[in-house]
Ligand binder design. Structure first.
Ligand code: IPM
Ligand code: MG
Length: 361
């Protein structure tokens, strides 16, 4: 088993280092190889996703990814910006299914900006389609009255599109996830989020998801417009079980859902292809404002490593050990700044990682 470790930029290197510490004490047989990605790779090689990094990722069973991006790259041409690295990895590896669970840990109920009764016990799963939609649609560009991609352009455009097979496969992923959750006492409901009242692409989405849903009579299916879904997520989040949606709506709603749980610093994610090869990354970004200070929360990355063990490396017991260890350090009252509250103990990135290592027993 081989893991490509791609820490990236900003807090990426700090949080990935803690996840690697945790993986190293598990006593499992796998090889880890680190490579540059994002702005760090641009600085070293002039490209955010160098050939060697992509090759390593493609040849690995799983990728453990930190985060990419920094304001200092905002003026680069789009193909050279750090974000293109993650988009490129998703596209080249075919990572179409993005799992973003939003789970509220009981000890962190107070860290959310929502009332405790709204979020206590929250456990929802957002499944975002990750390789289609307007993020990958052609054509895209900017036009002036005359020509080209120039500053001062008079028009810009991106194209939203989905094919039937793309919608079908993500719908199957969602229904199967709901079925698994139902076996573990969840409701067994898929909410498909669209904008069918305005967009052709999402009327099509809704029709195809409805068709696929007929193959899963044991799973309830409902449809919700994205604007209403954004509202329902803060009004009554526990009404959801599995939410499935397109790339752009999923990007937005998963950030919203993450904050229900108190901190985006707690939430892992998995992006899988048809071969269960996966990329595992925290749901949050590179947080350049706190980079290098040793204060970032490494738990989302550590929990991403647990997802990696479960989904791509076939080590469910090890995954469970990590998740239990995270629960334990929270119960011990250890908190990084993002989840700190009166009466708990504030720790830094490395201290938190070491506490998880210790809690593994
Ligand atoms: C995410 C991020 C990325 C996305 C960016 C960095 C390209 O926001 O993973 O949600 O939009 O998909
Ligand atoms: Mg995002």
């Amino acid at each position: 088993m081989k893991i490509a470790v791609l820490p990236g930029d900003g807090i990426g290197t700090e949080i990935v280092a803690e996840a690697v510490k945790v993986l190293n004490v598990l006593d499992l047989k796998f090889e880890m190889e680190t490579a540059l990605v994002g702005g760090a790779a641009f600085d070293a090689f002039g490209h955010p996703l160098p050939e060697a990094t992509l090759k390593l990722a493609m040849a690995s069973d799983a990728v453990l990814f930190g985060a990419v991006g920094d304001w200092k790259y905002d003026t680069l041409d789009r193909p050279l910006r750090p974000e293109q690295a993650i988009l490129g990895l998703r596209k080249h590896m075919g990572l179409f299914a993005n799992f973003r669970p939003a789970i509220c840990y009981e000890q962190l109920v107070g860290a959310s900006s929502l009332k405790p009764e709204l979020i206590s016990g929250l456990d929802i799963l957002i499944i975002r389609e990750l390789t289609g939609d307007i993020y990958f649609g052609q054509p895209r560009g900017r036009r002036t009255a005359t020509d080209g991609h120039f500053p001062g352009a008079e028009e810009a455009f991106d194209t939203m599109r989905y094919s039937k097979p793309e919608i079908e496969r993500i719908a199957h992923v969602a229904f199967q996830a709901a079925r698994k959750r139902k076996a573990a006492d969840k409701e067994g409901r898929v909410t498909s989020v669209d904008k069918a009242n305005v967009l052709e692409t999402f009327q099509f989405w809704k029709d195809v998801v409805t068709e696929v849903g007929k193959e899963y009579p044991d799973i309830a299916l409902d449809h919700m417009y994205v604007d209403n879904a954004a509202m329902q997520l803060v009004k009554e989040p526990k009404r959801f079980d599995v939410v499935v949606t397109g790339n752009m709506f999923g990007d937005i709603l998963s950030d919203e859902a993450s904050m229900l749980t108190g901190s985006i610093g707690m939430l892992p994610s998995a992006s899988l292809n048809t071969k269960n090869q996966g990329l595992y990354e925290p749901s949050h970004g590179s947080a350049p404002d706190i980079a290098g200070k040793g204060v970032a929360n490494p738990l989302a990355t550590i929990l991403s490593a647990a997802m990696m063990l479960r989904f791509s490396l076939n080590q469910p017991e090890a995954a469970q050990r990590i998740e239990a260890a995270v629960q334990k350090v929270l119960a011990q009252g250890l908190r990084t700044g993002d989840i700190w509250s009166e009466g708990t103990t504030k720790v830094g990135t490395a201290q938190m990682g070491e506490a998880v290592v210790k809690a593994l027993g």
